[in-house]
Design a protein around this ligand. Structure first.
Ligand code: HEM
Length: 499
């Protein structure tokens, strides 16, 4: 005892600090399991997190790290182990592994509904996720969303978009707003069974909140699922995201209540009607299910946010590329005029005759790579993957951007060349390495809907207008704003009606 007291009284602040740092380093190295993928060490405790945040453009920084450590590397981000897969082969293999379908726990939705454990299809894991996902896909199929019958709803919205653009009479305008309105209305038709007038203030507030969330989540999905972020819940960024999320959920809650009071269980008209009927049936038969009102409210939030910002951002990139590459634009218009003519608008059935139009959409998606780092997954068990031993709970980041720029897959990957998706016979040549929607069991739930939207909106717009850069406007930039998705820097276009 006297010996211990003697040591304590001889300690200085400096020696205690040095001792603590040494202890942290030793603990960190000791805790690092063996046979992990290699990777940067970073700082004690915080690991590589400060480096990643300070460097910005996380998708580019991770791509650079893959050049040093190989296509599969690992790092500590604020005390959480993260594995990053950066090549087509490693992403495919990682996402097809049965142990990688989980999402990390999130407290984000905790206070958004009356049930603190409620989670959406995009954030749930295990049975809750698989049941919700199966349910969503079957409802969307039941409502005809994957079938060509749904194209009329998209075409009607494209008509409203065209009218909105015509109102600008060839003068410069930022297309972001109108595209957001049109794309969001498609998902409104699916979930709420109605579309909104573009001037409706409630609808505008909803869209503003969605855009705000995507803007505020800088760096893609890298930080969303790190437990250390919980300590930042006092920041204005976090509060802003929270209040925007709450306002969308309130809007949806009101709509669910309206649906509830007018529900005709034998004749469900939209996503909300179907899930209310399912809940009613389960209650009658006393069946326990993850299809609860709160889970579904949050799932509607996912459909709204994921379904609005992604497709409209892709269309914005598409218009930017059309303005920058007028020859590509003219070639698409020629193809549409030759196959479809001027007396009607393109339909999905015209797709086989419009390979260059489709190839251009694929090339825009490749270069824009809007979901640069996909959505973070989590290993549900200790797993041997790609020759490495990865502990349960490790986060998995898929660097889709790295694949879209991989020179071993795409010749001159920085160039905009729709021809890379066309074969010698002039037909469309889809490439399995093209992964805008990721892959595996958690592949984008809205992939088919998004493909339909992109084709109808894009082909209708080019059938009706030629897009030009306004005289004396800023030089075009292909730099991306790095939010939850990669969006173009705001730009203006002139839409000249075609004869
Ligand atoms: C061009 C448009 C789109 C792109 C590029 C895109 C991309 C993605 C990506 C990369 C993921 C992550 C997959 C993973 O976890 O590995 C995802 C998930 C998801 N997407 Fe999309 N998406 C698009 C449109 C849509 C639309 C229109 C909807 C709405 C119907 C939607 C709903 C979802 C949902 C709900 C998830 C989560 C699925 C799950 O966790 O099981 N997406 N999307």
């Amino acid at each position: 005892m006297a010996f211990l007291l003697g040591i304590c009284s001889s300690l200085t602040v400096k020696s205690v600090l040095v001792g603590l740092i040494a202890l942290f380093i030793a603990t960190w190295f000791y805790r690092r399991p063996r046979n992990l993928p290699p990777g940067p060490t970073g700082w004690p405790l915080l690991g590589y997190l400060p480096n990643l945040i300070s460097a910005g453009d996380e998708y580019k920084n991770l791509t650079r790290l893959a050049k040093t450590y190989g296509p599969v590397f690992s790092m500590n981000l604020g005390g959480t182990l993260v594995v990053v897969v950066n090549s087509f082969a490693s992403i495919k293999e990682a996402l097809s592994h049965p142990n990688t379908a989980d999402r990390a726990p999130t407290r984000f939705f905790k206070k958004m509904t009356d049930d603190p454990d409620a989670l959406s299809v995009g954030t749930a894991s295990g049975d809750s996720w698989s049941q919700q996902r199966k349910f969503c896909l079957s409802v969307l199929r039941g409502l005809g969303v994957w079938r060509s019958s749904f194209e009329d709803a998209i075409a009607t919205e494209a008509g409203c978009l065209i009218n909105g653009i015509k109102e600008h009479e060839g003068n410069p305008f930022n297309p972001a707003h109108l595209l957001g309105n049109a794309v969001s209305n498609v998902i409104c038709s699916v979930t709420l069974g109605k579309r909104f007038d573009y001037a409706d203030p409630k609808f505008q507030q909803l869209l503003k909140s969605i855009t705000r969330i995507f803007e505020m989540c800088e760096g893609g999905d890298v930080y969303t699922y790190l437990p250390i972020m919980e300590y930042l819940s006092f920041t204005s960024t976090f509060k802003d995201i929270e209040s925007s999320t709450r306002s969308i959920i309130e809007f949806l809650r009101e709509s669910v209540e309206n649906h509830q009071s007018n529900l005709d269980v034998d004749n469900p008209k939209d996503f909300i009607d179907v899930f209310l009927r399912e809940i009613h049936d389960n209650e009658t038969k006393n069946i326990k299910s993850y299809i609860t009102k709160n889970n579904m409210l949050l799932t509607c939030f996912d459909l709204f946010t994921a379904g609005t910002e992604t497709s409209s951002t892709t269309l914005r990139w598409a218009l930017l590329y059309m303005v920058a590459y007028p020859k590509v634009q003219a070639k698409i218009q020629q193809e549409i005029d030759d196959s479809v003519g001027r007396n009607r608008l393109p339909r999905l059935a015209d797709k086989p005759q419009l390979p260059y139009t489709e190839a251009t959409i694929l090339e825009v998606q490749r270069l824009a790579s809007i979901a640069a780092l996909g959505v973070t997954h989590m290993f549900s068990k200790d797993t041997n993957l790609l020759g490495f031993d990865i502990p349960e709970g490790t986060r998995l980041l898929t660097n889709l951007w790295a694949v879209s720029r991989d020179p071993s897959i795409w010749s001159s990957p920085e160039e905009f060349k729709p021809e890379r998706f066309i074969d010698e016979a002039g037909s469309l040549k889809p490439r399995e390495e093209h992964l805008p929607f990721a892959s595996g069991r958690r592949v984008c739930l809205g992939e088919q809907l998004a493909k339909m939207e992109l084709f109808i909106f894009f082909s209708h717009l080019l059938h009706q207008f030629s897009f030009k850069k306004p005289d004396e406007s800023q030089p075009l930039s292909f730099e991306a704003v790095n939010g939850l998705t990669l969006t173009p820097i705001p730009f203006e276009v002139c839409a000249i009606p075609r004869e």
